[in-house]
Ligand binder design. Sequence first.
Ligand SMILES: Cc1cc2nc3c(=O)[nH]c(=O)nc-3n(C[C@H](O)[C@H](O)[C@H](O)COP(=O)(O)OP(=O)(O)OC[C@H]3O[C@@H](n4cnc5c(N)ncnc54)[C@H](O)[C@@H]3O)c2cc1C
Length: 444
Amino acid sequence: MALPDSILIVGGGVFGLSTALSLSERHPTKQITLLEASPTIPNPHGSSVDTSRIIRADYANPAYAALAASAIRKWRATEWGQDGRYTENGLVLVYSDGNRDAEKYTRDSYENVRRLEGDEKVVYLPNKAAVEKSVPRYIAGMNVAGGYLNRGSGWGDAEAGVRYARQMLEEKGRNVTIKHGEVERLIFADGNGERRITGVSLKSSKGTPTIITVDLVILATGAWTPNLIDLRGIAQATGQVLAYIKITDEEQEQLADMPTILSFATGMFIIPPRNNELKIARHAYGYWNPKTVTLPQRKGRETMVVSVPENGVPIPPEGENACRQALREMLPAFANRPFTRTRVCWYTDTPRGDFLISYHPEYSNLFLATGGSGHGYKFFPILGDKIVDALEGKLDPELRQLWQWPEAQHSLTPVVTKDGSRSGAMGLNLMDELAKSRVESPKL
Ligand SMILES: Cc1cc2nc3c(=O)[nH]c(=O)nc-3n(C[C@H](O)[C@H](O)[C@H](O)COP(=O)(O)OP(=O)(O)OC[C@H]3O[C@@H](n4cnc5c(N)ncnc54)[C@H](O)[C@@H]3O)c2cc1C
């Protein structure tokens, strides 16, 4: 499929930057603009930016396992993984007694990754004693029935990765212009039996909005995408908790080479610290944050309720308790250490945890590259090529099937990601949970 001359990519995270890098390499004569709402790339509030992200081929779905393995080859052997952007420290996945879904995910993932990495690197841990022997420091108080260790997994410095991609784009993307500005709305046009986007209108403080006219719009706007196009039942912002503690030089040295641990019992995970900062986080169903917004595709004042990211809020007490409890179980020495900062970070969740990389079914020149569902970072070095394959209509059938626009009708209920890897309670409302802290704090 031939691509038009002018292409606008909205969003400067993993999905947008990787698309821009690949498009500029494969289509050096096109006029490409990358537009980011934040004044900086890396955007400190973007999902792609953090101290660390797990880089693993440990997936129950063999298609993601194989894709992640090809990304890991790039993290290991190319500039992508240099200068501390990739560290191969191993990953331990554990499940608890009676959690059948988690046990199945772990076993399927083990089989997939063992085929990819081999028996030397991937070791099944059939019971608590075996897990304890493998990672004695971590599991003192944990409810663990078994799991496995994959020495071939690692983690990435996610802020450094985004900075590196932007630098590469500035150096090599001669046909790419990076601009800063926030798209307020897409400009829809119906005519000659075809629905199209003619451009985007940017938010302006001066009253007159700036319009960018363009042939093709690629929305790589992560958890903010449902504000721009109706994605009810297809993709949704869900908030996930992160907490950080300061550790001493000695503690940093002790923990630096530990494998990452992810407990499917609770969704809690700990990635080894860097620069004397230890992060604890939860991979869960997450919080939803419903707001009423104008329905983008309709003229007039029709509205819809969608979950939107909220930046700069503390984590609710429910999330803080989960982090404390996990520290008590995994690293009890740190259980009472104060959190120096916390963050609610936003996944763009889809019902099965699959990305959404597809043309819009109604607007022929609107393409979506989003739906990261809490696992997109690791694919950074190869994702752009897959997105451009999809733009050109050449994506491998297996991935096309996973990432295409869903055929099912929109459901107006919140998206709950059922990919077998999530934990925690379903249906938590961020503002309700935060309000609990306001009511409860005077009693303390
Ligand atoms: C807490 C957490 C932990 C995670 N852990 C892992 C992990 O361990 N391993 C892994 O592989 N993945 C992980 N992920 C997932 C991964 O980080 C994401 O899938 C990926 O970074 C998403 O990239 P993105 O480009 O879609 O989103 P973003 O990085 O959020 O980028 C979207 C950009 O679009 C911009 N934007 C939005 N709206 C507009 C607008 N209207 N106009 C202009 N610009 C706009 C935003 O400012 C933003 O910078 C995690 C994610 C989170 C939140």
